[in-house]
Design a protein around this ligand. Structure first.
Ligand SMILES: Cc1ncc(COP(=O)(O)O)c(C=O)c1O
Length: 271
């Protein structure tokens, strides 16, 4: 991806006695610094001005961005970020915030985040929204751990099975495993839906161990599952929760709300 040369650290190009600034002769008598503030060794790099400028310019040219090439790997949520999002997050009101700033001074940003949560609640049909997870897979992990916590809270720690359709994105089984749970794969039928007979059999086989099911709808084949209500009904009947992978939420936006369709938890990561 573009430049491959290894750029040395600024300390590696440091040479004793080099300096990037030449200050003019003082026009006032020099004053001694207070005793306690003097040190022999500061550990700062000593670099000439051209070396300094070239070092940081070369580093800046190693930045990989959408203007240079396609994003081949990484979080899809971030990969599909349009440039306008980058411009928005560079607005001074966001860019100059400090995480430890006094709450009184960040009321505008908090208002925007709160409003966004309220919009997403309404769009999804859910009781609450968190803006903490930073990408799709991060949202999955958060959601599945919440489902696990729900069962623990109800005194059912033995529940450890998540049903995952064979059409699911790889992050769904990965999330399940990372959460310390077991994946049971559910095949698709001829029309690309979840195979209902196989789902019923899995619910019966693992009913009392069921944490829930992860489902993307429309699924990764681009199909809206024709039996969504039956699927959610079966999982709920066996005490499981429905996790909605909202990667394809764009297709539902303003038409249907996952919370009304039987999902209990969902992440949004838009494509
Ligand atoms: C269906 C589905 N689920 C989850 C993810 C994971 O999202 P992210 O890459 O933002 O972690 C993706 C990414 O494409 C996806 O398509």
């Amino acid at each position: 991806m573009g430049k491959t040369a290894v750029e040395p650290l600024i300390f590696e190009i440091s040479r004793p006695g080099r300096c990037a600034v030449a200050l003019p002769e003082p026009d006032v008598p020099p004053a001694d610094l207070p005793e306690g503030l003097l040190r022999e060794e500061l550990g700062l790099p000593e670099v000439s001005e051209p070396d300094l400028v070239r070092h940081y310019t070369r580093l800046s040219q190693m930045n990989y961005g959408v203007d240079i090439g396609f994003y081949p790997l990484g979080s899809c949520t971030m990969k599909y970020n349009p440039k306008i999002n980058e411009e928005m997050c560079r607005l001074p009101g966001f860019a100059y915030l400090h995480p430890y700033q006094d709450e009184e001074t960040v009321q505008g940003a908090l208002f925007l985040m709160y409003s966004l949560q309220e919009f997403l609640k309404e769009i999804g049909g859910f009781a609450a929204v968190s803006l903490q997870p930073a990408a799709g897979a991060h949202g999955e992990l958060t959601g599945v751990l919440m489902m696990r916590a729900y069962h623990l809270d109800r005194g059912e720690p033995h529940r450890d099975v998540i049903l995952v359709p064979d059409s699911a994105h790889g992050t769904n089984p990965a999330t399940t495993t990372m959460s310390g749970l077991r994946v049971v794969e559910i095949p698709s039928d001829d029309r690309g839906n979840v195979d209902l007979a196989a789902l019923r059999a899995a619910c019966e086989a693992h009913g009392d161990r069921l944490v829930g099911m992860m489902l993307t709808n429309p699924n990764t084949l681009g199909l809206f599952d024709e039996h969504l209500e039956e699927i959610a009904g079966l999982v709920h009947q066996h005490g499981g929760l429905m996790y909605g992978d909202g990667a394809n939420m764009n297709a539902l936006l303003g038409i249907a709300r996952p919370g009304d369709l039987g999902f209990d938890v969902l992440h949004y990561n838009l494509h």
